[in-house]
Design a protein around this ligand. Structure first.
Ligand SMILES: Cc1cc2nc3c(=O)[nH]c(=O)nc-3n(C[C@H](O)[C@H](O)[C@H](O)COP(=O)(O)OP(=O)(O)OC[C@H]3O[C@@H](n4cnc5c(N)ncnc54)[C@H](O)[C@@H]3O)c2cc1C
Length: 522
């Protein structure tokens, strides 16, 4: 008889209370992780899967911070190649392959992009861009990612370019450059999957728990739901609080940079079967990305503006960013996209390490490489980097924490550790559930779908303008640790990216929270 227990991936309010009480009761853990964005969730999974005891806390929710405001791309590192950072480019390409082929094939798919070649992309720039795409394909090869996973780049004729994006201005169009990269179904869902996988390996994953202060051997934590504080002990402490990292550890100085995206409906852009790289007029290696999503929304981004002063919980979108993005879009599209076509907008702050020594300078020039910093009393801060490389960042942070505190543990094993819901693409294709659910829940889509089969009211979209169903909201409460309406609408699902849709779905969110213990959402 085996005494091996099935992993429990479910996060619930009851599990949170139980595990928080145990932690506050004085049980020390091997590793305390602060912050549950992609980085902190990755650290929790890395440490738990090495056999260590782990508690991971977030002041708000899974993916509350920058990790939900990204472009949702799993980059192959092309941009870093262009700036001569070969090491960071290759690291991105390797991690893209890990996600697409091993750990999260359900959440990351190959996305085609077209760069229209017009007068805004003079022949010389176009030749440089094409050479870059070919070099990017070599990076894919060196990362051992199969061509079947990510097809190679090629030139398109003007007719093919217009077929991909009928809204493009045909006048002066010489053709296009087609390339492929990884695209996430949703960034917040990646974080949820990583955090739940960590929970499946025994980590206590606790939202609404703020670290008030840190030391190398523990922290004072506050339960944001009750206001109660407790001193907890840990053999190692990792600060993964992104743009907020400097508030917990002295000497960590960040230079946040704001990136804004617009949310449009695909019909406003004249239809799109690929993403677009629209050159920013007057700049050589800068593009506005047009990112079509499977739900009919299109994100258009992004800006890169330094931000000074206190770090807000949720960054505001200034009207100047909206204007800039619409202007660049207007240089490439024949269909007019007006301010009234903007259904929503979101901004995130890049947690860039201040390497300027306080001399300022463009944030676009600051390295995107991650940094692991160990404070005098042994707190390990992991900061910078990007969503794509969260796994490698986590590995480096845990290695540093173990070394700093003299803790022995198994080596990292996350490069081949599937996230909850993952399965090979061929197996995902045979699941009897709608494709939309498979792309969000992987193998768990069958169980989410079954909720709607048992109660057809749960199979219907929660509001006009979104495909999200009541079953998804109920699943989020029962298994994904959603505690309130905002968790449901702004992070487990992304209904909230369009304020009008969010308003319309509030009733369904309330019903899911009330009905989670029962059978149905009214
Ligand atoms: C506009 C934009 C677009 C981007 N696009 C991409 C992209 O397409 N692909 C890509 O790979 N990368 C992209 N990035 C980079 C990537 O999003 C970030 O590097 C990454 O999400 C940072 O994750 P993190 O976990 O380090 O930080 P965060 O996601 O910010 O997580 C930090 C967490 O710490 C919590 N916290 C803060 N203080 C405390 C405390 N005292 N106690 C407890 N918890 C606390 C917060 O609530 C938060 O949840 C983009 C970034 C931006 C800004």
């Amino acid at each position: 008889m085996s005494d091996r227990r099935e992993p429990d991936f479910s996060l619930t309010a009851a599990r949170r209370s139980r595990e928080l009480a145990r932690l506050a009761g004085g049980d020390p853990v091997d590793v305390l992780v602060v912050g549950l964005g992609a980085t902190g969730a990755g650290v929790a999974l890395d440490a738990a899967s090495r056999g260590l005891t782990v508690a991971a806390v977030d002041a708000h929710d899974l993916a509350f911070g920058t990790s939900r405001w990204s472009s949702k791309l799993i980059h192959g590192g092309l941009r870093y190649l262009a700036s001569g950072s070969l090491g960071i480019a290759r690291e991105s390409a390797v991690e893209r392959g890990v996600l697409m082929e091993h750990t999260a094939p359900h959440l990351v798919h190959a996305q085609p992009f077209v760069m229209p070649l017009t007068g805004l992309a003079p022949r010389r720039n176009a030749a440089i861009a094409e050479a870059g795409l070919r070099a990017g394909d070599l990076l894919r090869l060196s990362a051992r990612t199969a061509r079947a996973t990510l097809p190679g780049p090629r030139r398109l004729t003007a007719v093919e370019t217009l077929r991909a994006a009928p809204g493009l201005r045909p006048y002066g169009l010489r053709g296009g450059l087609l390339s492929w990269d990884g695209q996430l179904t949703d960034d917040a869902r990646l974080v949820t999957a990583v955090a739940r996988t960590a929970a499946g390996h025994g980590a206590a994953v606790l939202t609404r728990v703020r670290a008030v202060s840190l030391s190398g051997s523990g922290a004072v934590l506050r339960d944001e739901l009750t206001g109660e504080e407790a001193a907890v002990r840990a053999r190692a402490v990792v600060n993964a609080t992104g743009v907020w990292a400097g508030g917990l550890v002295d000497d960590v100085r960040l230079r946040p940079s704001r990136g804004t995206h617009l949310v449009l409906r695909a019909e406003s852009l004249g239809g799109l079967s690929t993403g677009l790289h629209v050159p920013v007029p007057g700049e050589t290696n800068r593009f506005v990305l047009v990112l079509p999503q499977s739900d009919g929304r299109v994100y258009v981004g992004l800006t890169d503006e330094p931000v000074d002063g206190p770090v807000p919980d949720v960054p505001e979108v200034p009207e100047s960013d909206v204007g800039f993005l619409l202007d660049v879009l207007g240089t490439a599209l024949d269909v007019p996209v007006r301010r009234t076509d903007v259904a929503g907008a979101f901004a995130g702050l890049r947690p860039l390490l201040d390497t300027s020594g306080g001399t300022g300078g463009r944030t676009a020039d600051i390295s995107r490489r991650h940094a692991v910093l160990t404070s005098a009393d042994g707190v390990v801060t992991i900061v910078g980097g990007k969503l794509t490389t969260y796994r490698r960042m986590a590995e480096d942070a845990v290695d540093a924490a173990l070394a700093a505190r003299g803790i022995a543990a198994a080596p990292c094993r996350t490069a081949r550790l599937p996230l909850v819901g993952a399965a090979p693409r061929a197996a995902l294709a045979t699941l009897s559930a709608p494709r939309r659910l498979v792309a969000r829940y992987g193998t768990e889509a069958v169980a989410v779908h079954a909720l709607g089969t048992a109660d057809p009211r749960l199979a219907a979209p929660v509001a006009a303008g979104t495909d999200v169903t009541g079953a998804e909201l109920l699943w989020a409460v029962r298994h994904e640790g959603a505690l309130d309406e905002a968790d449901l609408l702004d992070r487990r699902t992304r209904v909230g990216l369009v304020p009008a849709d969010r308003e319309a779905a509030l009733g369904a969110a309330r019903a899911a929270l009330a009905g989670a213990q029962g059978a149905a959402v009214a």
